[in-house]
Design a protein around this ligand. Structure first.
Ligand code: DAU
Length: 293
């Protein structure tokens, strides 16, 4: 009802679905919210948008877009020698989170094929940057390092992710919205595959340089190997050549420039960090890292 009212009031030319429960570890502790938000929520959004879209005149219907923001995790896990994920990979999600996102990707596809809704889907790799909630690896490392707390690497720390600066993800979404072909998927990534432990060392080295510890010890002395995430995917890698070839999109940041900006932002914004670490965040850290020494 609220969605129908908002759509009628604002008459958007496009709807972008960024809404999601996004944290894999939380989905392992409690899958229900993920099904509700990512699956049922997407279905409800699609239904409201479809009703709105069908009520538009022909020109508005032709110009309208529903852009669904998804993830590389729907494709599952790669071996060290597999080629990076293309848009032709099968969906083989392995966590409750990625299964819920894959389900929503299927819904979006179905609303296009069945009802003709003009949809676009983007599947992006790991994002990082300012304002990233410190339940995710990179902001967690920065805030824990500065607080003198353990830097938790799951398992052997050799899982590989493909990292993209969040602003570059935004520019990719804009490009797909403006010029993407209706009904198509576009993989978005930064060509930045790195093992987690390398990320941990990079963050430690930047902090050693930008905010050295008073006692002169390096931040890497805080690294702690902890129990692995159940069902942890071993490697993600995005082949972003379709979006580059068809739409001329490329990331502006390298990992080196993006991670430096990110660390600097957290150093400059302790009030934001303190604010988001209050209340429910503390309960989450207690649940997830209870066994960390
Ligand atoms: O690949 C795209 C996905 O990236 C998005 O779809 C998800 O919404 C987003 O949360 C992110 O998922 P990850 O599970 O990859 O992100 P996270 O920051 O939780 O973990 C990154 C890697 O670091 C992963 O291999 C698990 C590991 N990790 C994570 C945490 C929080 C650790 O080793 N220690 C930690 O404390």
């Amino acid at each position: 009802m609220l969605l129908a009212q908002l759509l009628a009031q604002y008459q958007p030319q496009a709807v972008l679905n960024f809404a999601a429960e996004s944290h894999v570890d939380r989905s392992i502790h409690g899958p229900e919210d993920f099904i509700q938000t990512n699956v049922v929520g997407t279905m409800r959004l699609l239904q409201s948008v479809r009703a709105y879209w069908q009520g538009q005149d022909e020109a508005a219907r032709a110009a309208f877009r529903f852009l669904h923001v998804s993830t590389d995790e729907v494709y599952g896990s790669l071996s060290p020698t597999d080629p990076a994920f293309t848009e032709h990979n099968k969906l083989e999600p392995n966590s409750p989170y990625s299964a819920s996102k894959a389900a929503s990707d299927h819904l979006v596809r179905a609303w296009h094929h069945t009802y003709g809704l003009p949809v676009l889907t983007t599947n992006c790799s790991n994002n990082y940057g300012p304002l990233h909630f410190p339940e995710k690896l990179i902001p967690l490392l920065i805030v824990n390092a500065l607080a003198g707390k353990p830097l938790p690497a799951y398992g052997d720390g050799l899982q590989v992710c493909d990292w993209l600066y969040a602003k570059d993800h935004c520019s990719a979404i804009r490009r797909v919205l403006a010029s993407g072909r209706v009904g198509e998927l576009y993989n978005v990534g930064g060509w930045n595959e790195k093992p987690n432990i390398e990320i941990v060392h990079t963050v430690c080295a930047l902090l050693d340089e930008m905010r050295p510890k008073a006692d002169g010890t390096p931040y890497q002395s805080q690294i702690t190997y902890v129990t692995d995430r159940p069902g942890h995917d071993r490697r993600y890698a995005i082949d972003a050549s379709k979006i580059e070839r068809e739409l001329g999109w490329k990331p502006a940041e390298t990992f080196e420039t993006g991670i430096r900006k990110t660390v600097q932002w957290y150093l400059d914004n302790p009030d934001w960090v303190a604010h988001v670490q209050s209340g429910a965040y503390r309960d989450w850290v207690q649940t997830q890292y209870a066994d960390t020494p």
